[in-house]
Write a protein that binds this ligand. Sequence first.
Ligand SMILES: N[C@@H](CCC(=O)N[C@@H](CS)C(=O)NCC(=O)O)C(=O)O
Length: 215
Amino acid sequence: MILYDYFRSSASFRVRIVLQLKKLNYQTKQIHLLNNGGEQFSIEYKTINPQSRVPSLKDGNVVITQSLAIIDYLEDKYPQDGIYPIDPIVKAQVKAFALTIACDIHPLNNSSVIKYLKETFAISEEKAQKWYAHWIISGFHALEEKLKKSAGKYCFGDDITLADICLIPQVYNAKRFNVEEISAFPIINRIYYMAMTHPAFIAASPESVVAIEHE
Ligand SMILES: N[C@@H](CCC(=O)N[C@@H](CS)C(=O)NCC(=O)O)C(=O)O
């Protein structure tokens, strides 16, 4: 399997966590989102993903795009170390938590959205940062409330689920963008720091990707 990846992409980070949790063999091809005007826009990569986004997963002759579709594909094909609770209600709650991040927080702060705001509407760096922080903080308020009822060691009890797989990369990004207000979410922070000691999360982290690429 080949993962078309960018070390800083939080959507790619989600997929790397699942690949690591399930201990699958895969190669990565880094698609640098900034170099050369954005390698995601190259003709070569557009044949892989016409949407010019990462991640994409190539398995044999098949290409799958969209991190959550890739994750569900991996879950169906390699059910070991499953990422969903068995209880249908809790499973739906896990998905709702993950979709809050993947559909309602992340897309508003994607690099192409921020670039469009800056270039088309002449939004300053300071205002762009405010925009970024606003969607993180409003989304995290809702997630922290949910966690008061569901969290154990991880977001839903003591097992890693899709909720953690989406949350940790989003927190990582918020810290990278210096959103100081996220320290106001104690459960999110506790889960983040604990998850980042787990071998799969460590191996999937941007730092580990960079270290491997420079070996
Ligand atoms: N919903 C997509 C989002 C993919 C996405 O937006 N990826 C970002 C990196 S995190 C990207 O490729 N951005 C490139 C760009 O916006 O030009 C998924 O979950 O895979």
